[in-house]
Design a protein around this ligand. Structure first.
Ligand code: FMN
Length: 145
C-alpha cells in the first residue's frame, strides 16, 4: 500500500465528470464506501458531490497516492469526460476532516446547485466560477455535529 509519510508534498485536485446514467443512488453509495476504505489507508481526504448529471470531487493527499488514485478513477466507466478544474500543491490538508465526505445539496432550489451545474456545463470556467466552487466546497465540507 502507498505510503502516507510524505506530508510535505500534498496535492489537491478538484475535478468534474459526467455521471453515467447507470449510476443510481445505491451505486453512488458504494463508490463512497470503497473511497472511504481506500482513502483512509493512504492519507487521502476529500469531498465527493453527487449531482444528477455530474460528480464533483476534491481529493488531497500525498502526491504519489493522488496520482495512483487518479489513474484508477480516470479509468472508471461510472463516469466520463473527467476535467481537472484545479490542481494545487499544499503543505497541509484543506479538506482534512474526512477520508471522503458525501454531501447532498438540494438540486431544486439551491444557489450552490445552480453555480456548480453552470460550471460543469461551461467550456472554459471563469475565475469567478472556480472561486464560487471552492467556497461551496468549503461550506459543504464543514462537519455537522
Ligand atoms: C466519481 C468517482 C469518484 C471516486 N473516488 C474514489 C476515491 O476517492 N477513492 C477510491 O479509492 N476510489 C474512488 N473511486 C472508485 C475508483 O474508480 C475504483 O473503482 C476503486 O478505487 C477500486 O479500484 P480497484 O477496483 O482497482 O481496486 C471513485 C469512482 C468514481 C466514479
Amino acid at each position: 500500500m502507498a505510503s502516507t509519510s510524505n506530508q510535505h508534498h500534498l496535492t489537491q485536485l478538484i475535478y468534474v465528470s459526467k455521471r453515467s446514467s447507470a449510476v443510481d443512488d445505491s451505486e453512488a453509495r458504494s463508490i463512497l464506501e470503497i473511497s472511504r476504505k481506500n482513502n483512509d489507508k493512504c492519507g487521502i481526504k476529500g469531498v465527493l458531490l453527487v449531482l444528477p448529471e455530474y460528480f464533483f470531487q476534491v481529493v488531497e493527499g500525498p502526491s504519489k497516492n493522488i496520482s495512483e488514485l487518479m489513474t484508477r478513477v480516470e479509468n472508471d466507466t461510472r463516469h466520463s469526460e473527467l476535467r481537472i478544474l484545479s490542481n494545487k500543491v499544499l503543505s497541509d490538508y484543506e479538506f482534512g476532516v474526512w477520508s471522503m465526505v458525501n454531501v447532498d445539496i438540494n438540486t431544486e432550489n439551491s444557489d450552490s446547485f445552480v453555480v456548480l451545474d453552470r460550471l460543469a456545463k461551461a467550456k472554459s470556467p471563469t475565475e469567478g466560477q472556480l472561486k464560487g466552487m471552492y467556497f461551496i466546497f468549503k461550506g459543504l465540507s464543514q462537519p455537522t455535529y
